[in-house]
Structures are given as structure tokens and as C-alpha cells.
Design a protein around this ligand. Structure first.
Ligand code: PHE
Length: 453
């Protein structure tokens, strides 16, 4: 039994609630927006296959390690790291991992909510009868939004306010209640959309594109970007899982819940991919549209479907729900630190942390228009933020978590907390100690090498 488990702390009502909130964190723009466009531009099935392997070999072990630290430390990411490293007689400097995670999460939130603001804008467009009839119209619909800092800032603000509203209500009453409703709704809407794609679109083409493995497409680039995406899409290395794990009851199995979370996340991604590609191919649109795949192409697709306005609305609502539940988990780590460490009330903590991400997000809004030419190393502010968080902070923190749990925590504590049978333990521990640091290390070197380091 860990020394910190006696402290009073609210817990998720049950295992199901924990699985729902963690699925809520991991399933977001990463699965529904990034996964299809990466699959589209990275050769389809090869990317999907490597992504699945990486989720299994990197995602599950690190997810378990992060949850383990959170539950054993029973606090915000910083105090969890402090508690757990002190218990194993290690340096308090390991708490730095909590800090990089918490700050990185707030910075991710600042641009994540601007991108989510685009979705807010499209929900509004579809509610008010938006329709596009040509590729040109669809593209200019999105480009006009990017060129308008006021609309961007307004939609971004709406999204940040939605996120703060849930986190301010607290971990059990706010986050849990929202996720309990939103996550099953998300699954339902996705299944409907995939069925619709099957009936009207080219589902066979989509399945062929995603699952017919062609070895010649398996390049080093594909392997490494699939590994990186596995990392981002499971919310690893940002303190989010640590913060959620700290509310996990002791009797719940970390292993089983992690498997559920990963399976649900992967299924959502695959459903979203199938639905989007079936619709995309059905209407003769290229899968290689890049980051604009959803926002530039799908409105056109929906415009040509009978009842497409309703489906368009459903689709963008689904993306918005998913982004919202991820954003909540990006705000929670710092809010839990302010509440526990500084003694602030939760609503105040949520508004102050949210205001920070909101203010940085305003600069992100300007980087698409007024400040488009203000660049460092050829990158605008949005791209710099994205790079420094997802390419530097996430892989480094995740790598360090694997090293900490695999090499620095006392094995007896790890064994006790993770509570696995000896064989499964040996497998997980071995993968965490050797394979994970190596794999994440390669992603990090590759992504920094990308910029010519
Ligand atoms: N996993 C989320 C997504 O796919 C993003 C995220 C990253 C959330 C890190 C929390 C922490 O959209």
C-alpha cells in the first residue's frame, strides 16, 4: 500500500466512469482530424498498421506507467512525481516531469482550442444553413475564416469557456458527468456516420485504402510519424493521464482499464477513418488533402448528400465533443496543482489557467492573418507552439516517464501498484525499460532532425 493513499481525495464513481473520462481525453482532434489526414497523406494502410503496432508496444506500456504514477502519488502531476520519487529515495528533481507536462498541456490547449474554434464555426455554419457547391467555395469558406482574426478569436473564446465551465465544476461532478453523456453519444454518432458512409459512399474503397497492406509504402518516415501519432493520440506525456489516474480507485486494475481505453480510442479512430474515407472516395475527392481534409472537403461532400446538412451538423458536433473532452484533460493538470498546492478554489483555478491558454490562443489566432509573416525559422507562432509541445515536450516527458518507472522507481512499488501476474508483469516491465525509451528516442531524434538540428 502506498504511503499517500490515506489522503482524502475524490475518486471516479466506478471503473466505467474512469474509462469514459480517459477515452474522452485520448479521443480528440488527434483521432478524428489528424488520423485520417495523416493516413491519407502517409500511404494509407502502411501508416495504419504501424500506428496500431506502436499503440500496442508504446502506447499501452506508457499509459500504464503514467496512470501508475498518478494513482500512487495521489496528487496533481507535480506532487505525484514528488511523492513517488521520494518514496523510492530518488531526487525531487523528477517533479520537473510534472511541470513540463502541466505547462505543455496549457500550451497545447492554447492552439488546440483555436483549431477547435474552427469546428465551433462549422457547427454554427451548418446550423444556419451553410452549403458549398464547388471545391473553390469550400476552400474559400475555410480560408475566409482563417483570414478573419475576430471570428477566430470569438470561436476560440467560446471553446475555452466551454472547457473552463466543465473543469471549474470539479473532477467528479463536472468532468465525469460531461464525459458520461458525451462519450457514448460520440460512439453513436460515429457509428451512424460510418453506416451512412457505407450506404452512400465507397466503403470498400475506404477499407482497401486503410487495411490492404502494401509493404512498398512502409518507409522510415511512415514508421516514425505513426509512432509519433500514437503518442499524441493517447494523450501521453502531458500530465493528463497522471492527473486522471490520481482519482482512480485502488481496487481498479490499471492494466484492464488501459486496454479498454486503448481499444476504444483505436476503434473511434478506425470508425472515423472509414466514415471519412468512404465519403471522400464516394464523392471523388483525394485523400491527400492534408490538414484541410475535413474543413475544406467534407462540407462539399455533405452538400451533395440528401440530408447532408443534418449529417454535416452531426459530424462537426461529434468532432467538437471529442475535442472538448480532450481539452478538459489538458486544463485539469494545472488546475489540480493550483487547487491542491496553492489552496485556490477550483473555479478560480480553472478560470485563471483557462485565461492563460486563452490569451496565448489569441496570439495563435493572429498568426494566421495579421502576423502571418512574423516567422522564426520559417514557422509562424502557431507552428512554433505546435512544434515545441508535440515534437519536444511530449516525447521527452514520455521518454522520461518510461525511464523513471522502468529504472528509477523501486521495483517492489511498481509491482505492488500495477498488480499483474508475474508473466504479464515481466512482459510489460521489459517493454517499458528497453523498447519504449528506444522507440520514443528515435521519434524525438527524427522530429528534431526534421528541423535540421
Ligand atoms: N489525445 C488528444 C487528441 O487526440 C490530444 C491530447 C494530447 C490530449 C495530450 C491530452 C493530452 O486529440
Amino acid at each position: 500500500m502506498s504511503a499517500f493513499s490515506s489522503s482524502p481525495r475524490s475518486s471516479w464513481s466506478n471503473r466505467w466512469a474512469y474509462i469514459m473520462v480517459t477515452v474522452g481525453s485520448s479521443v480528440g482532434l488527434g483521432n478524428i482530424w489528424r488520423f485520417p489526414y495523416m493516413t491519407g497523406s502517409q500511404g494509407g494502410s502502411a501508416f495504419v498498421l504501424v500506428y496500431l503496432v506502436c499503440v500496442l508496444l508504446v502506447g499501452i506500456p506508457v499509459l500504464m506507467a503514467e496512470t501508475l504514477i498518478g494513482r500512487r502519488g495521489r496528487g496533481n502531476p507535480v506532487s505525484s512525481m514528488l511523492n513517488v520519487s521520494e518514496e523510492s529515495g530518488r531526487s525531487p528533481w523528477w517533479a520537473a516531469l510534472g511541470w513540463t507536462g502541466m505547462i505543455g498541456a496549457l500550451l497545447i490547449l492554447s492552439y488546440y482550442s483555436v483549431v477547435s474554434g474552427w469546428i465551433v464555426n462549422y457547427v454554427w455554419k451548418f446550423l444556419t444553413g451553410f452549403t458549398v457547391l464547388s471545391v473553390g467555395e469550400a476552400k474559400s469558406g475555410f480560408e475566409d475564416l482563417l483570414a478573419d482574426p475576430l471570428s477566430l478569436a470569438f470561436c476560440h473564446s467560446v471553446f475555452v469557456a466551454l472547457t473552463i465551465a466543465v473543469v471549474a465544476r470539479g473532477v467528479v461532478s463536472g468532468i465525469e458527468r460531461a464525459n458520461r453523456v458525451l462519450m457514448p453519444a460520440l460512439f453513436l454518432i460515429l457509428i451512424l456516420l460510418a453506416v451512412w458512409g457505407g450506404v452512400t459512399g465507397d466503403i470498400a474503397g475506404a477499407a482497401h485504402f486503410m487495411f490492404d497492406f502494401s509493404p512498398e509504402k512502409l518507409t522510415g518516415d511512415v514508421i516514425l510519424s505513426a509512432l509519433g501519432h500514437a503518442f499524441f493520440s493517447l494523450s501521453l506525456g502531458m500530465g493528463a493521464i497522471m492527473a486522471y489516474g490520481s482519482y482512480l480507485r485502488r481496487e481498479t486494475s490499471i492494466f484492464t482499464t488501459s486496454l479498454w481505453v486503448v481499444a476504444a480510442g483505436v476503434l473511434v479512430g478506425l470508425f472515423a477513418g472509414l466514415a471519412i474515407f468512404a465519403l471522400t472516395f464516394g464523392f471523388g475527392i483525394q485523400p491527400t488533402e492534408g490538414a484541410g481534409l475535413i474543413l475544406k472537403t467534407l462540407p462539399l461532400t455533405f452538400a451533395h448528400m440528401p440530408g447532408g446538412r443534418i449529417f454535416g451538423l452531426f459530424f462537426f458536433l461529434l468532432v467538437l465533443f471529442a475535442a472538448w473532452t480532450s481539452a478538459i484533460s489538458l486544463l485539469e493538470p494545472f488546475v489540480s496543482w493550483l487547487t491542491e498546492r496553492m489552496g485556490w478554489r477550483r473555479p478560480l483555478s480553472a478560470w485563471v489557467s483557462g485565461a492563460f491558454s486563452w490569451a496565448v490562443g489569441l496570439l495563435v489566432c493572429l498568426s494566421f492573418n495579421r502576423w502571418e509573416n512574423a516567422r522564426v525559422f520559417g514557422k509562424n507562432f502557431f507552428e512554433i507552439l505546435e512544434f515545441s509541445t508535440s515534437c519536444i515536450a511530449m516525447p521527452l516527458t514520455g521518454l522520461a516517464i518510461a525511464v523513471f518507472v522502468g529504472w528509477r522507481m523501486r521495483e517492489a512499488f511498481v509491482r505492488e501498484e500495477i498488480a499483474l501476474s508475474p508473466k504479464v508483469f515481466a512482459l510489460w516491465y521489459g517493454v517499458l525499460r528497453y523498447f519504449v525509451p528506444l522507440a520514443i528516442g528515435i521519434v524525438f531524434v527524427r522530429e528534431s532532425g526534421f528541423l535540421g538540428w
